[in-house]
Write a new protein. Sequence first.
Length: 223
Amino acid sequence: MTPIRLLLVDDDPLVRAGLSFMMGGADDLEIVGEAADGSEVEALVDRTHPDVVLMDIRMPTVDGLAATERLRSRKDAPQIIVLTTFHADDQVLRALRAGAAGFVLKDTPPAEILDAVRRVAAGDPVLSPTVTRQLMAHAAGTSADTRRTSARTRVATLNDREREVAVAVGQGRSNAEIATQLFMSVATVKTHVSRMLAKLDLNNRVQIALLTYDAGLLEEDGH
């Protein structure tokens, strides 16, 4: 099996050393590089071609938010997991809106960080429904009216079935759970999600979840 190629980005050398030691022993993972600042990331990505970037959100020159926005705007961008010390943080939200696949806290147990990397490499987000609700509650107080108008305009391009799938994604349900709930195959769910990503010009399911919240679809559905 081809190992997951991982790039570590953190301005604290002790954190990088700890992550490298902790994750370097996994048979299915290869650490292909380390960076101390977001300004180094694009060149390292070009050189090492990682599948996943574990990105510190706060760095002195170019922070993780800016680095995430730059990477996710590129073709064939790697998946990004944001490293942070706060559950609900405006910069984390902005990184997720820019296309990060999720976030982990710096005090997360090693096994859970490894699991997050594996899940993101497989195309799954790493936001549980509980964490999603925390983020949504934090987002409610930040330019909600402007975001809602924009989100409703974008959501209006979805057909009824896509809208149902989008709401289920916003509820934090897996493809298998959505298939059961909406009486369709998992393959059909994946097709709907892929079409929505293309139609809405989004990168991943996390962005779909945020958009459904911004548009008020979860409120309409009673969640």
